[in-house]
Design a protein around this ligand. Sequence first.
Ligand code: B12
Length: 255
Amino acid sequence: MLLDIDPSSILVRYNVKRESELSPDDVAREYFPEDELIRNIVEAVFEGDEDEVLVALQEAVDHGKDPIGLIDDALIAGMNIVSQLYDDGLLFLPDVIISSQAMTDGIEYCKKISDGSHEYKGKVVSFVVEGDVHDIGKKILTVFLRSSGYEVIDLGSDVPIDEVVSAVIDNNPIMFTGTALMTTTMYSFKEVKERLLDNGVEIPFICGGGAVTQDFVERYDLGVYCDDAAVVPKIADEVLKNATIEELREKFHRN
Ligand code: B12
C-alpha cells in the first residue's frame, strides 16, 4: 500500500520543495518597496554595501527626499527585512552585523547632510540597558531627537545602572529613554526607576526596544512605552508642555 505513494507529490503538498528553492535574495525581493529611489537604499542595506547605501541616499536626496525621513522609510525598512529573514533562519549573524553597519553609516550620513542648525528645545538622556549591546534602535531615536532640536546625552549601550542614575541626576534632562532588546536585560529598567525615585527624580522614563512590551512598562512608575523611535520627539514635545506620565500613557499607549 505504501509503495503507491509518490514522495515528490508530498513535498509539493507541504511546500517543502518550493521553499527550498527560494534563496534569501528571492524572499527579500518580495519585501522591497516599489519606489525606485527608496528601493535602491533598502537593497543596499540588505546587501550590507556601505558605499552603495551612501550613493543611493545621496541620489534620493538629490531627487527631493528628506534625509531624516529616509532613516525610517529606507534604512530601517532595509534592516527590518534583514531582521525578518534572520528570524526566519534564512540569514545568519554575520549578515545581520554587516547590514547593521551599513545602516548605521547611512544614519550618520543622513545626520550629516540634514540641517542640524536647531536651537536645543530640551535635554534627553538615552541608553541601552546593562548587558545589552543592541543599540540600533537607540541610535535611531537619538538621530530623531537631535534632528527635532533636542540635545541628547547618549550614554551608549550596555550601560551600568549606576552610570545611568548618575547621568540622569547630573544632567537634569526633561526625560530619559531606555532601550532593551532582550527579555533577560529589560528588568534593569525597574532598578533604574527605583534608584531615581529614591533620589527624588520623577521625570518620564520612555522605554522601548524589541523585547519590551507596553504591559511590562505600565507596571512601574515613570514608565512610558512606545514601539517606534520616530515617535520619541513627539513624546518629548508633550513633556515640554508639562504632560504628566498618566497623560503621556493616555496619548501614546495603545488601548
Ligand atoms: C541586530 C541584532 C544583533 C546584533 C546587534 C548589533 C547592534 N549594534 O545593535 C548582534 C549580532 C551584535 C546581536 C547580538 C546578540 N543578539 Co541579537 N539580534 C539582532 C536582531 C537581528 C535585530 C535587532 C535590531 O537591531 N532590529 C532593528 C532595530 C531598528 O529594532 P529595535 O532596536 O527593536 O528598535 C525599534 C523599536 O523597538 C523602537 N525602539 C528601540 N529602542 C527604543 C527606545 C525607546 C525609548 C522607544 C520609544 C522605542 C525604541 O524603535 C525602533 C523602530 O523605530 C534581533 C532580531 C529581531 N528581529 O529583532 C536579534 C535579537 C534581539 N538578538 C538576540 C540575541 C539572543 C542575541 C545574542 C545573545 C546572541 C545570539 N545568540 O543571537 C547577542 C546579545 C549580545 C548582548 N549581550 O547584547 C535575540 C533576543 C531574544 C530575547 N527576546 O531575549 C533576538 C530577538 C534574536 C532572536 N530571535 O533570538 N544581535
